[in-house]
Write a protein that binds this ligand. Structure first.
Ligand code: ES4
Ligand code: ZN
Length: 322
């Protein structure tokens, strides 16, 4: 008998990246969408990635099956059921608005569908949630601004904004203006930085966008002054170990800098990114780093505790988890 998974918060999770082949085919049938794969096995065989872009190409293509409010509600409900089994008690969930509006799906359809599943999660699964709207950094700054304005009627559903998609060549500073608007509106701010991009992008996320957390940030370890800054300010980093291996940010899990990041005094957390594509949900990522890096029980407890320290929870609720 194995022990129950350690209670944790999931802070780096793209809801579109939880689309399992089984649900993809079910939604394709329901919506009359033709997928360029004959079977679930054939689709799974395509999950071999050379880098971030090769993953993103498939990730965006498969979103074609997501069309209605029910689709988004079913997607989020399926994730929450899996998250519960993995010990997740609080989940902060990214969505890519522009990837759906570009296909003619309205932002309200996306947000209302997701919200329906998230609103049921405390009683159904014992999971509290937040929604984080990400801007696609390989789209223009104007597109991000238009997306933020389109989201204004729904901002009471949204806790934070984020920045994702193809990193290199799309520095955080490109999105200075929309982050200023988001902060003015009272939203928290996060950004992917230092996944494939250089330490300079992490500096920009901190100093130009004023982010509250860095998503990934593994490449921050190349810059000692940046490590010192992240440690002094206790800026949370949402690491995604299985993602880093699958997208070849690192060669092998045993090479993951997680332990040296902890030793440097960084507030690191362990998360699943796009679990349907990368081979594991939240506790699978905990187990993988435990085994590959030989982490002891105390270190795993620190990682779980960090996830609640880094979460966008009010202090009273946070205390209940710590
Ligand atoms: C993503 Cl792993 C990763 N990196 C950047 N953007 C993304 N969107 C979905 N997964
Ligand atoms: Zn991510």
């Amino acid at each position: 008998m194995s022990l129950p998974p350690i209670p944790k918060a999931e802070l780096h999770l793209h809801i579109e990246g939880t689309l399992e082949p089984e649900l993809a085919f079910a939604l394709a049938a329901r919506n009359g969408v033709e997928l360029p794969y004959a079977s679930q096995d054939e689709l799974r065989a395509a999950y071999s990635f050379a880098d971030l872009q090769s993953f993103l190409d498939l990730y965006y293509a498969l979103m074609a099956v997501l069309r209605t409010e029910d689709d988004f509600a079913d997607l989020a409900d399926a994730y929450l059921a899996r998250a519960q089994a993995q010990g997740v008690r609080h989940a902060e969930i990214f969505f890519d608005s522009q990837a759906h509006t570009a296909r003619g799906v309205e932002i309200g359809t996306v947000i209302e569908g997701l919200t329906r599943a998230l609103d049921a999660a405390p009683s159904k699964y014992g999971i509290s949630t937040r929604l984080i709207m990400c801007f696609l950094r390989d789209e223009s700054a104007e597109s991000a601004l238009a997306t933020f304005e389109a989201a204004r009627p729904h901002l009471h559903r949204i806790a934070a904004v984020g920045l994702d998609s193809a990193e290199v060549g799309n520095p955080p500073s490109k999105f200075r203006e929309v982050y200023a608007l988001a902060r003015e509106a009272g939203l928290k701010c996060v950004a992917h930085a230092g996944e494939e991009g250089p330490p300079a992008y992490v500096w920009e996320a901190l100093d130009v966008l004023g982010v509250d957390r860095i998503d990934h940030g593994v490449r921050a370890m190349e810059d000692d002054a940046l490590v010192a800054r992240l440690a002094v300010d206790q800026v949370p980093l949402t690491l995604c170990p299985l993602s880093n291996v699958r997208l070849r940010v690192i060669d092998r899990l045993a090479d993951h800098p997680l332990r040296s990041m902890l030793d440097a005094g960084l507030l690191v957390t362990v998360n699943s990114d796009d679990p349907a594509y990368f081979g594991g949900y939240a506790d699978d990522n905990f187990a993988a780093v435990r085994d590959a890096l030989g982490l002891d029980a105390e270190t795993l407890r620190i990682l779980a505790r960090n996830s609640f320290r880094a979460a966008f929870l009010d202090d009273e609720t946070r205390e209940l988890y710590l």
